[in-house]
Write a protein that binds this ligand. Structure first.
Ligand SMILES: Nc1ncnc2c1ncn2[C@@H]1O[C@H](COP(=O)(O)OP(=O)(O)OP(=O)(O)O)[C@@H](O)[C@H]1O
Ligand SMILES: Nc1ncnc2c1ncn2[C@@H]1O[C@H](COP(=O)(O)OP(=O)(O)OP(=O)(O)O)[C@@H](O)[C@H]1O
Ligand SMILES: [Mg+2]
Ligand SMILES: [Mg+2]
Lengths: 255, 255
C-alpha cells in the first residue's frame, strides 16, 4: 500500500483529469486503486456523476467520524474505488482543507484501506497549501502535471522546493515524475515550452507519456466518465494513461 | 478608490490573464490602476518579465514592513502600476497566503495608494481560502471568470455562496459579474456549456464580453506582455478587454 499525490502549484493543469484517468488505468492493470478527492471544490464528483457529487465523503469522516470504509464508492470497474469529498459549502473550504493539512486523516485512509486497496491516489487543489501539503505528507510519491504553456512551465521548479522542504522535515515523499499536459503541437508557444522542458529537465524526471490537448477530455467530463469509457472502443488518448501507468510502475521502488 | 478582486474556486480559468489584460484596458481608459498579485506562485510576474518575477513586492511589505509605495512597479503604460508578490519560496506559500487572509494588509494597500490610483485590482490563487478570501474582504467588487468547460461550469454557483457568506459577516463586497472564458466554439462540449450558462444565469450577471480560447494568450505570455501589446496593431482579442472594461464601468455604483 502506498499513497500517490497528484499536485501542482498552478491551477487548471490537469490534476483532476490525470488523477481520474490514471486511477482508471492502474485499476485496469490490476492495482486495486482508491481515488481520494481532497479538493473542497469536489472536482472528482464534478467530473463524474451528479450522484457522486452529492454523496457523503471525506467531510463526513472529518466532521462526523463516519468510518472511511462506508464512504468509499465502488465504480463500474472492479478494483477502482472513489472517496469523494462529501458536500462542502463554499464558505467551509478553509475549514476542510486546514483539517487535512497535517496529513494525519489522509494517512489514516491508507490504514483503513489496507488489504482492500494497493494504492491510494490523492487529487488535490492547486497551490502548496492545506490539503495538498497534507496529501504529500501522507504519500510516498508525487506526480506533478505541468501544462505545456509558458506561465505553468516557468513555475515547474517549485515542486522540487516543496518536496525538498517536506523531506527535510522527515516526510519520505519523492517526486515520481513530471507529466507534460495539454501539449498543443499546432501552437508554437506550447510546442516551444515542451521542447524547452525536454531539453532542460533531467531524463528520469519527465515521463515519456505526454498528454496532448484533446477535446475528448471535455466530452468525457460532459458525459461523466473517464476518457477510456467515452466510446465503445476507447479513443487513442486513453492509451496515454495506460502508458503512464506502465511507466509509473517501472519507477516504483521495490517494497 | 475601490478594490476589485478576480476570483474563482476552479484553477486555470484565466484569473491572471483577465487581471492583467483588464487592468491594462482600464488604464487605457483613464483609470489609474494598481494590479496586486496575491498568488504565492507570483503569476503576474510569470506572465510578464523575469525582472518583475524577481523584484521585491508584497512579501517584503508583509515580512519586513517595506512601505507599499516603494514596491510599486510603474509599467510602460502611464496609469498602470503593479505590486508583485516578491520572492516567496514554494514552502512559504502557506505563511504568505495566511498572512493576507483577513484582508487587513490588502485593504491597507488601497489607503497607501489613495490619490495615486483609482482602483486596485487583486489577482488571486484559485480556491476560496487564504489570500483570495482576504482580497474579497478588502474589495468592493468581484469579477469571477468561468471557463467554458464542463468541470468549471458545474461549480459556477459557488461564488454566490462565498460572497453571500462574506456579506452576512458585514463585508460589503458584491459580484460585479461572471466572465465566460476559453470559449471554444469549434468544440461542442465547450459551446454547450456556454449556451447553458447564457440560458440559466440571470441577464445582468454574465458579462456580454466573452473571452474565446485563442493562442494569442500563449504568445503574449511567452513574450511577457498583455495581449494588447503583442503586435504593433493589437490583435482583435485585445478588444474583448476594452469591451469588458466599458461594461464593468457601466455596472459600478455611483460613488
Ligand atoms: N489534455 C487535455 N486537453 C484538453 N482539455 C483538458 C486536458 N486535460 C484536462 N482538460 C480540461 O481542462 C480543464 C482543467 O483540467 P483539470 O480540471 O483536470 O485541471 P486541475 O489541475 O485539476 O484544475 P484545478 O486547479 O481546478 O484543480 C478541465 O475542463 C478539463 O476537462
Ligand atoms: N482565452 C484564453 N485562450 C487560450 N489560453 C488562455 C486564455 N486565457 C488564459 N489562457 C492560458 O491558459 C492558462 C491559464 O490561464 P491563467 O493562468 O490566467 O489562469 P488562472 O485562473 O490565473 O490560473 P491559476 O488557477 O493557476 O491562478 C495560461 O497558460 C494562460 O496563458
Ligand atoms: Mg482539480
Ligand atoms: Mg492565476
Amino acid at each position: 500500500m502506498f499513497g500517490l499525490t497528484i499536485a501542482s502549484q498552478k491551477g487548471g493543469v490537469g490534476k483532476t483529469t490525470v488523477a481520474l484517468n490514471l486511477s482508471y488505468a492502474m485499476a485496469r492493470r490490476g492495482w486495486r486503486t482508491l481515488l481520494v478527492d481532497t479538493d473542497p471544490a469536489g472536482a472528482i464528483g464534478l467530473s463524474l456523476t451528479k450522484k457522486l457529487s452529492q454523496a457523503p465523503g471525506l467531510a463526513d469522516h472529518l466532521y462526523q467520524h463516519t468510518p472511511i470504509a462506508g464512504l468509499i464508492v465502488e465504480t463500474k470497474l472492479k478494483g477502482l474505488g472513489i472517496l469523494p469529498t462529501g458536500k462542502i459549502p463554499a464558505d467551509e473550504s478553509e475549514r476542510f482543507t486546514n483539517g487535512l493539512a497535517d496529513g494525519a486523516v489522509l494517512k489514516a485512509i491508507q490504514t483503513a484501506a489496507q488489504g482492500r486497496y494497493d494504492v491510494v491516489v490523492y487529487d488535490t487543489p492547486s497551490g502548496f497549501v492545506g490539503a495538498t501539503l497534507g496529501a504529500m505528507r501522507a504519500s510516498r510519491y508525487v506526480v506533478s502535471p505541468v501544462q505545456a504553456e509558458p506561465i505553468a512551465a516557468r513555475g515547474v521548479m517549485r515542486i522540487f522546493e516543496v518536496i525538498g522542504a517536506l523531506r527535510a522535515k522527515g516526510h519520505p515523499v519523492e517526486l515520481l515524475g513530471i507529466l507534460l499536459t495539454m501539449l498543443h503541437t499546432k501552437t508554437q508557444s506550447s510546442l516551444a515550452v515542451a521542447e524547452d522542458l525536454w531539453k532542460t529537465l533531467p531524463g528520469n524526471l519527465l515521463f515519456e507519456a505526454t498528454v496532448p490537448r484533446d477535446p475528448a477530455f471535455l466530452e468525457a467530463s460532459a458525459a461523466g466518465v473517464p476518457v477510456g469509457l467515452l466510446r465503445r472502443r476507447p479513443p487513442p488518448i486513453a492509451m496515454v494513461f495506460d502508458q503512464l501507468a506502465a511507466e509509473l510502475e517501472a519507477r516504483l521502488a521495490p517494497d
